[in-house]
Ligand binder design. Structure first.
Ligand SMILES: Cc1cc2nc3c(=O)[nH]c(=O)nc-3n(C[C@H](O)[C@H](O)[C@H](O)COP(=O)(O)OP(=O)(O)OC[C@H]3O[C@@H](n4cnc5c(N)ncnc54)[C@H](O)[C@@H]3O)c2cc1C
Length: 280
């Protein structure tokens, strides 16, 4: 197989998550495996490609990608319909360390569209609930309308403790607090995800943490986590960098000897903390 050769795939279904995020259901005939946290290069001939994480497990050849329309490629994909064909290559990269986390507590922390690469982790945990101990998810978004997969939360709650927060309620930004408010019907927290760290019981020697979201959020979360006593080697982050080839040939995503596409996108915080060019 040529890892740079894209395959055609038709869109089986599209689900609108928010005003600028959609989930695409795709399928491939040939059997293949993809690990939670890995990504595909997704694109359209003549338009370009973008790295997009798997937002679901692969089951019977079916899998999902959840994409926020931000620029040239992703806006083009946003305009496609069911049965349209796109091209993809992958899966690429290193995923979340699910094996290491067996028998341990897992704390998942996501911001905005960063919940997409965490969702297959949640699906595995729910499928094989006995393999893991306490599992919690802290998820924050700008407001309730910007939250992904909201209709799955009740199902997730059957195996996972959910802690939700928004930056603003009824379009009014609320700076600070992290206190519960009932404004606009929102019954969960208001404030940054970092405030919710206090609500979760973290056992430093037993917990693995997987974090994905805007870089500024990950930076503060990782610092906050260190203060709980958890080692940087137990904290994993999924990094976003501009990439072209996806297989560590072109060097677009290279930093301090690390290729985000091949050595990552999931890294332990220990490995990327304080690198000179600011990986995190
Ligand atoms: C490993 C990996 C997994 C990703 N998974 C997802 C996912 O599951 N869902 C999703 O919606 N997005 C994901 N992204 C981000 C997605 O790749 C970018 O949004 C996309 O490449 C933008 O391409 P574009 O042509 O639409 O935008 P462009 O026209 O290229 O750029 C639009 C804006 O986005 C910025 N930008 C573009 N690419 C990146 C990047 N890689 N990192 C930071 N800023 C960027 C540009 O600087 C510009 O401001 C992932 C990125 C990586 C590296």
């Amino acid at each position: 197989m040529n890892p740079l050769k894209p395959v055609k795939v038709s869109i089986k279904d599209i689900k609108t998550e928010t005003n600028d995020v959609k989930t695409y259901v795709l399928s491939l005939k040939d059997s293949f495996k993809a690990l939670p946290g890995q990504f595909n290069m997704l694109g359209y001939p003549g338009v370009g490609e973008a790295p997009i994480s798997y937002s679901s497990l692969v089951r019977n050849g079916y899998f999902e990608h959840t994409i926020k329309a931000v620029g040239r490629v992703t806006r083009f994909l946003d305009g496609l319909k069911i049965k349209d064909e796109i091209v993809l290559r992958g899966p690429y990269g290193r995923g979340w360390p699910m094996n290491k986390a067996r028998g341990k507590d897992i704390l998942l922390i996501a911001g905005g569209v960063g919940l997409a690469p965490i969702r297959p982790v949640i699906q595995i945990i729910l499928e094989k609930r006995d393999l893991f101990d306490d599992v919690s998810l802290i998820y924050g978004a700008r407001n309730e309308k910007n939250m992904l997969f909201i209709d799955e939360f009740d199902k997730w709650r059957k195996g996972i403790s959910l802690y939700l927060t928004v930056d603003e309620v009824a379009n009014l930004p609320v700076f600070s607090t992290g206190k519960r408010r009932s404004k606009g019907g929102w019954k969960h927290s208001v404030g940054l995800v970092t405030y919710l760290l206090d609500k979760v019981k973290i056992k430093p020697d037993k917990t693995f943490v997987f974090v994905c979201g805007p870089e500024i959020m990950m930076r503060f979360i990782c610092r906050g986590l260190l203060m709980t006593g958890i080692a940087s080697s137990r904290i994993y982050v999924s990094l976003e960098r501009r990439m072209k080839c996806g297989i560590a040939h072109c060097g677009h995503c290279q930093h301090s000897g690390l290729f985000v596409c091949k050595d990552g996108p999931v890294f332990s915080y220990r490995d990327v903390r304080g690198l000179p060019d600011g990986l995190l």
